[in-house]
Design a binder for this molecule. Structure first.
Ligand SMILES: [Fe+2]
Ligand SMILES: [Fe+2]
Length: 326
């Protein structure tokens, strides 16, 4: 698919603009249903999901996992991308009016998305999320420092563009799974409010992916060899962390077993099984494949240095033959 120019992206954003009041918040969440597509949750791919958990355990796990996903969006968009993109605005103003306009719209939309996911989590659990946006996601001081430095030097520390591309493309895939699960007669139906929030989110994110593609061309591809290699190394480290399930995923299991007292003796077993969903395990295949990330993977393919780094940390990424021989 050809990449629209920045002016067209900005015009499309204006045409597609929506108010979050169009979302049916007044209906609340349906706590009898799953909140997130099962196949995108790690425990779904573990034996215990079927042999140890019963329907109510699975439902609670799914609901807790959905709340963690909403936390992830708040973190990525409000605490990370908005700060970095704000740092980029003065430079963008000198490069292209259309680029600056696109980034301003991007910021407005991410502020809106943060509010959507915040409201959603508060409806799920007002007691917890009335106090803080984060329950499972906890940043280490070093990670906070890195984000702060990136927002000061968003062109030199530019691997955030790859992370933005990857996660914004993931939001589109996420909604595709919502739609597939909703249409599958055999599958659990998901809560309509979660479905709607992810649907509205996807509308904007499809354009954000296009902006990320432009930023790759404007910034990453124009960096000098030293800056480029440094950013590839940082991207590799970040992706290695994402593909190895740790902290937050274990906290979700601990919370599940805390509430479902029958499972208390199973927490170590469940944690071991989830930690084992790395490498080329089923969860990774469901999460990181060319089907989920057609654009990101094709950009990996096209840059030999990025391709070689990514194939070592995303083991489900198999570079396409044509690109290897090119
Ligand atoms: Fe967003
Ligand atoms: Fe976005």
């Amino acid at each position: 698919m050809t990449l629209p120019d920045l002016r067209t992206i900005a015009e499309n954003a204006q045409k597609d603009a929506y108010s979050i009041d169009r979302i049916q918040w007044h209906k609340g969440v349906d706590s009898q249903r799953h909140y997130f597509p099962e196949i995108l949750t790690p425990l779904y791919h573990c034996a215990s999901y079927r042999t140890v958990l019963d329907d109510s355990d699975r439902k609670l796990y799914n609901q807790l996992y959905a709340q963690y996903i909403s936390e992830q969006f708040i973190f990525l968009e409000d605490r990370f991308l908005c700060r970095v993109v704000e740092g980029l605005l003065p430079w963008a103003g000198q490069v292209s009016w259309d680029l600056k306009r696109c980034l301003e719209i991007f910021l407005e939309e991410e502020v809106k998305h943060t509010e959507m996911f915040r409201r959603l989590n508060r409806l799920c659990n007002p007691e917890v999320y009335g106090q803080s946006d984060f329950r499972f996601l906890q940043l280490r001081p070093l990670e906070n420092k890195l984000i702060e430095t990136m927002s000061k030097y968003p062109k030199a520390l530019n691997f955030w563009i790859w992370i933005a591309l990857l996660f914004e493309e993931k939001t589109i895939d996420c909604f595709t799974h919502y739609r597939m699960q909703q249409r599958d007669d055999q599958a659990q139906k998901v809560d309509p409010l979660h479905y709607q929030v992810h649907q509205f989110h996807m509308l904007d994110e499809a354009r954000h992916v296009q902006i990320d593609e432009h930023l790759l061309h404007y910034i990453f591809n124009k960096a000098n060899p030293f800056v480029r290699q440094m950013n590839i190394a940082l991207l590799k480290k970040t992706m290695s962390n994402y593909t190895n399930l740790k902290r937050a995923n274990i906290m979700i299991l601990e919370q599940l077993c805390q509430v479902q007292t029958r499972l208390r003796s199973q927490v170590a077993r469940l944690s071991d099984e989830v930690r084992a969903q790395n490498g080329q395990a089923d969860y990774q295949v469901a999460q990181y494949s060319r089907k989920n990330f057609p654009k990101t993977f094709s950009y990996f393919d096209a840059a030999p240095d990025v391709r070689n780094a990514m194939r070592k940390v995303i083991l489900t990424y198999h570079p396409q033959e044509e690109s290897l021989s090119a």
